[in-house]
Each structure stands twice: as C-alpha cells, then as structure tokens.
Design a protein around this ligand. Structure first.
Ligand SMILES: [Zn+2]
Length: 247
C-alpha cells in the first residue's frame, strides 16, 4: 500500500456526504477474538454443524457448553481496539453515519459507536425458544447449562444468527437503508463471503458510491468493486486513515 492510496481514500471520505462502515471478523482479531474462517479460526476447531439452528433445538444441552466456551468466556474479556476507536472518532466528527457489522461481539458499542446494525445479532441478548422473550445476557447465569428462561423455564438461545437461520428482517432493512444513503463505504476486516451480508457494499457501489477496503489480504471485493485497497491491519491503518481525514 502506498501513502498515495491512503491520501486518495481520505480525500474520498472528506468529500463524502454520508459514510458507512461494513465490518467483519478481521476488525476484532486484534482484540483477541479469533475469526471463524481460516487457519486458527473457530471452524477449524469446532464442527459448524453443531451450530445449525435445527441441531441446537434438538440438543441444546450438548451445544450450550460450546457456546459458553467460544462466545461467552472469550468475549467477556475482549476489549475494543484502535480500529473500533477510530470509527468512534469518525462518528464524533460527523463523518460516519453508521456501521453494519457481521460481528456478534458488540465491540463497536463498547468503544462508543452509537449507530450499529448487528447483521448477525449479538451475544448480548438471549431469547427464549418457548415464549420468545428477550433477556440481557448479563442477567442470565451460565453456571448450569442450558440456561433457562426466567419467565417460563424454556431453553434460551443466544440472539445471534445460527446456520440455517435467517437474518432478522428489521436488521436487514436498517442495514440496507443505510447502504442506500451512503456514498462511501469503508469495508473493514471482511472478505464478504457470508451472504446476504456480503452484498451490502455492492448497494453503495451500485448507487455510484466509493468503496474503501482495509484488509490483511486481497478479497472478493479487492479487484471486483473496491476503489481503494489499503492492505494491512485495521488497528494500524484505520487510525492513520481517520487522522488523515480529520487533519
Ligand atoms: Zn420463556
């Protein structure tokens, strides 16, 4: 990556009317959260079939210990990193309308971002599979598994999207509406392989917008639709980019 690419991307952001960010696992790796895909990823250690909605419904007692280990014990200790904070800085300066994230770690909110559409849900809430009531995960003990609904005793499911489960329509609509308004989309730490989330940047592109991609290596987006590709760690490049935009 050249400084010229960074300057050009910063210029596009300065000139933009409405900027959004589309983030994935890559932005949270520097917070100690392993990605799902790739070497060392969660799916290299656990069978994704265990996280099918249908399997979970049949075998919640088998799946919950894994959910606790992978998603709750680990995420409890994770803190936002410099990339999350850079997006907050952009928002505080009126240069970021909102974030669509595929992550379920809520680190954008922990950093202070206020408009975050969690496309695949979040670990912060659980829903009763019997009475459909939602609960704050902090209010639910995981000492005995599976956790039960305080209201009806039904089994609780984390409020994130399992395999074989659709994206909630209100989240999809909010994310799409943001993308339709945006004239710049920052693609950060995601290769866009998971559908339908991966199509969000295309909405911006199809409306004549500009795509600024920050990833460790090239992706499906890089040569197909990205206008600027900044290669490297989000925690290093995003603060640099934001500094360049705001100077
Ligand atoms: Zn219930």
């Amino acid at each position: 990556m050249t400084n010229q690419a960074l300057e050009n991307a910063a210029q596009a952001i300065r000139n933009a009317r409405c900027i959004m960010a589309f983030t994935g696992a890559g932005i949270s790796v520097e917070s100690g959260i392993p990605p799902f895909r790739g070497p060392g990823g969660i799916w290299s250690r656990y069978d994704p079939a265990l996280f099918e909605k249908a399997y979970f419904k049949q075998h919640p007692a088998d799946v919950w210990p894994l959910l606790k280990t992978i998603f709750y014990d680990m995420l409890d200790s994770a803190k936002p990193n410099a990339a999350h904070h850079a997006l907050v800085q952009l928002e505080n300066n009126g240069k970021l309308a909102g974030i669509v994230t595929q992550n379920i770690d809520s680190l954008h909110q922990a950093a202070g971002s206020t408009v975050v559409h969690e496309y695949h849900g979040s670990t912060r809430r659980m829903q009763c599979m019997s009475c459909r009531t939602f609960f704050d995960s902090q209010d639910i003990s995981l000492d005995s598994l599976p956790p039960c609904c305080p209201a009806c005793g039904g089994v609780l499911k984390p409020d994130f999207v399992f395999f074989g489960e659709g994206v909630p329509s209100h989240v999809h609509q909010a994310a799409t509406a943001l993308a339709q308004q945006a004239d710049v989309c920052l693609i950060i730490g995601t290769g866009g392989l998971v559908m339908p989330a991966g199509r969000i940047p295309s909405i911006v592109k199809n409306n004549g917008g500009t795509l600024v991609e920050i990833n460790l290596s090239d992706t499906e987006y890089t040569y197909r639709i990205s206008d600027y590709f900044l290669q490297g760690k989000a925690g290093t490049l995003l603060p640099k980019l934001v500094h360049e935009v705001l100077q």
